[in-house]
Design a binder for this molecule. Structure first.
Ligand code: PEP
Ligand code: MN
Length: 451
């Protein structure tokens, strides 16, 4: 049975957030089935704890001050089929490998956040998909419907929200066990990086940097810094808070502080397509205490940015609000400065991170949605240039990646060509950097951080 505080909070959310226009929600066929699923979700235990969310807020405040760097990454869309030890392990391995390189180069702690354990809902540019003259509802992520292009599979099914909860719980449990149980051992993770540098053509360029990290680790060992801390890391979960029926059912009153947290993940963000100031998503995010992000694309005006900050972070709580810029490689150098300048002029200290993926998507002649590795790198470069030029902090990266050797993004040091995309194109939504491209990106960003 939920507590009376939780029941009161849920009614308040359904009355306030529920009354506003909500972009990108599915057309559920039966309201009863939605009520049944949300009733089940409301009885289930939290996936994350308020205290963990607060700790992440303090970490993000350090990012905003330039005293830490954020690495956020994972699939565009997680799938139920992807909840396997191998898949989760490979993704974590890649994130941890990237984090070591970035930590060394930035000389500050790297805050690690997975697009993981909850990233099951997707916004779509069109509500329907047409293939060979057949029109069906678009795939909106495993939390809503199935990817297969059949009438039955594409029917939104509210019971999938409960499956998404359990898939998130299993993923988070595994992730917590990996990082707490020795898998994140610094020496081990570094040895994977040395393998990458030694054995792959893409890695060879980074031999010197990897060698310097070797030396640093050897030095630490020599002076007997070999504490338990080197064997574990702090890892946080995050996803887009898109499907409001799900997120509201998992919002609870924290018994310590009496304030609401969305306990479906540590960090929640609002997407580019659902950040309307008078819309349901912004209202929902304004009512939870977790650290939150907002995607800001090239059409965002400085006034809009400030209005978002006023609505989402009126108290200017350090670490509360992260702007995830996704401008496109060709646009970032022009579009980002006015936003940063406006924030600075208003005394707003936000955390700025770069999503170099979503502004750089295009369709290859084969019909695959893809991104050029060079564009991704160029957007990151632009992000650093702009911040350095204005004296503000380039806080981190938000990337779509996998630990597997997929062929979804074009280019890289072990290059994937447009006509090779079909060989291992496995994403159910946007193209991800594969393992090699992700590690390369980390080494390239390390060079930028050291510059
Ligand atoms: C995403 O992060 O997968 C996404 C859809 O991004 P955006 O909201 O920036 O388009
Ligand atoms: Mn995406």
């Amino acid at each position: 049975m939920n507590s009376s505080e939780d029941r009161a909070l849920y009614s308040e959310l359904t009355e306030t957030v529920g009354a506003l226009p909500a972009a990108q929600q599915p057309q559920w066929p039966h309201r009863d089935a939605v009520d049944d699923a949300t009733a089940q979700l409301r009885e289930l235990p939290p996936l994350v704890f308020a205290g963990e969310c607060d700790l992440l807020t303090t970490r993000l405040a350090a990012v905003a001050r330039g005293e830490a760097f954020l690495l956020q990454g994972g699939d565009c869309a997680e799938t139920f089929a992807g909840v396997s030890a191998e898949n989760v392990r490979n993704k974590l391995k890649t994130l941890l490998q990237m984090a070591i390189v970035l930590t060394y180069a930035a000389s500050v702690p790297v805050v690690k956040v997975g697009r993981l354990a909850g990233q099951y809902a997707k916004p779509r540019s069109k509500a329907d998909e047409i293939r060979d003259g057949v029109t069906l509802p678009a795939f909106r992520g495993d939390i809503v419907n199935e990817f297969d292009f059949t009438e039955q599979a594409r029917q939104p099914d509210p019971a999938r929200m409960v499956r998404a909860y359990h898939a998130s719980a299993a993923t988070l449990n595994l992730a917590r066990a990996f990082v707490g149980g020795g898998y994140a051992d610094l020496h081990e993770v570094h040895s994977w990086n040395t393998d990458f540098v030694r054995t792959s053509p893409a890695g060879q360029r980074y031999e010197r940097l990897a060698g310097r990290i070797d030396q640093a680790l050897a030095f630490m060992k020599a002076i007997e810094i070999d504490s338990e801390q080197l064997r574990t890391v702090e890892l946080y979960s995050s996803h887009e808070a898109l499907l409001l029926d799900y997120e509201m059912a998992l919002t609870r009153v924290d018994s310590r502080s009496g304030v609401p947290y969305d306990v479906s993940g540590h960090f929640l963000w609002i997407g580019e397509r659902s950040r309307q100031l008078d819309g349901a998503h912004v209202e929902f995010a304004s009512r939870i205490t977790n650290p939150i992000g907002v995607k800001v694309g090239p059409t965002t005006t400085p006034d809009e940015l400030m209005a978002l900050a006023d609505k989402l972070d009126p108290e200017r709580r350090p670490g509360r609000l992260t702007f995830v810029t996704r401008m496109g490689a060709g646009t970032i150098r022009d579009a980002l400065p006015p936003l940063i300048q406006k924030a600075a002029a208003n005394g707003l200290v936000a955390t700025w991170i770069c999503d170099p993926m979503h502004g750089n998507t295009y369709e290859a002649p084969s019909g695959h949605k893809t991104r050029r590795f060079d564009d991704v790198v160029d957007e990151v470069r632009g992000f650093f240039e702009v911040h350095r030029g204005l004296g503000t902090h380039p806080g981190g990266l938000h990337v779509e990646l996998t630990g597997d050797d997929v062929t979804e993004c074009v280019g890289g040091g072990d290059p994937i060509a447009e006509d090779g995309l079909g060989s291992r194109y496995e994403t159910v939504c946007d193209p991800r950097l594969n393992r090699t491209q992700s590690l390369e990106l980390a080494f390239l960003v390390a060079e930028l951080l050291e510059a």
